[in-house]
Design a protein around this ligand. Structure first.
Ligand code: PGA
Length: 257
């Protein structure tokens, strides 16, 4: 059984003060449910405060939105894996389409970061996904295959198994237009087959795959009911603690069946 994983990617939102208020509300709504894993992914500046507030919770984990592939040194503006580990960060989002498109991160750079994360015992939430033009051009599988094989290159089987792979079609991110459960399931099944091809069937069976792109309380249950969707990476709707709590509950219900 794969444990469901619901993650809140706050992007460049939330001050320290807002983080405190959010987590108070969220913890009151959800309690400490150990049957699903919940990851809160604040901006760097709010990690320390979030870390303090969730330290008593067993099922709530902390994630970062990015990290440097380098260990330390003259890299102005960058944050290292060790700095994240010090704040009890467990997960790190890598290869998000906003990093790929707005900050020029290539498959090769993302692979360096994925490998650096594992070396530091941080689990990557590694994002892949096609643009609308690529989908319309019948390129979905080719794009996913390229991103997956490049991003996971050089990892051992255990590291692949401990990587969370997020399928985030670019056309569904922040647009209000989510992939249908069937479109998402098809992509997830393909990703699992690709993972089997680069590792083996046992790893592919255990690796957790998240869907991301306009997940909301109203569509989460249907998406999470699909057999190869093990969780969600939520942007916009995760900024409201009650909405995100509803999505977590939908995950619990869908995956306890
Ligand atoms: P969204 O973002 O939920 O706002 O579409 C998802 C993401 O970018 O992870």
């Amino acid at each position: 059984m794969r444990k469901a994983i619901l993650a809140a990617n706050w992007k460049m939102n939330m001050t320290v003060e807002e983080t405190t208020a959010y987590l108070k509300t969220f913890l009151a709504e959800t309690g400490d449910a150990t049957d699903v894993e919940v990851v809160i992914i604040p901006p760097f500046t709010a990690l320390a405060q979030a870390s303090k507030l969730i330290s008593a919770s067993y099922s709530l984990k902390l994630g970062a939105q990015n990290m440097s592939a380098h260990k330390s040194g003259a890299f102005t503006g960058e944050v290292s894996a060790t700095m994240l580990r010090e704040l009890f960060v467990r997960y790190v989002v890598l290869g998000h389409s906003e990093r790929r498109q707005l900050f020029g991160e290539t498959d090769a750079v993302i692979n360096e970061k994925v490998r650096a994360a594992h070396e530091a015992a941080l689990k990557p939430i590694f994002c892949v996904g096609e643009t609308l033009a690529e989908r319309d051009g019948g390129q979905v599988e080719a794009v996913l295959s390229r991103q997956l094989r490049a991003g996971l290159a050089g990892l051992g089987h255990k590291e692949v198994q401990e990587t969370v792979i997020a399928y985030e079609p670019v056309w569904a991110i922040g647009t209000g237009r989510n992939a249908t459960p069937q479109q998402a399931q098809d992509a997830h099944a393909f990703i699992r087959r690709e993972v089997a091809a680069v590792t083996d069937a046992a790893v592919a069976d255990k690796v957790r795959l998240q869907y991301g792109g306009s997940v909301k309380p109203g569509n989460a249950a249907a998406l999470l009911a699909e057999p190869d969707i093990d969780g969600a990476l939520v942007g916009g709707a995760s900024l409201d603690p009650r909405d995100f709590a509803e999505i977590v509950k939908a995950g619990k219900t869908a995956k306890s069946r």
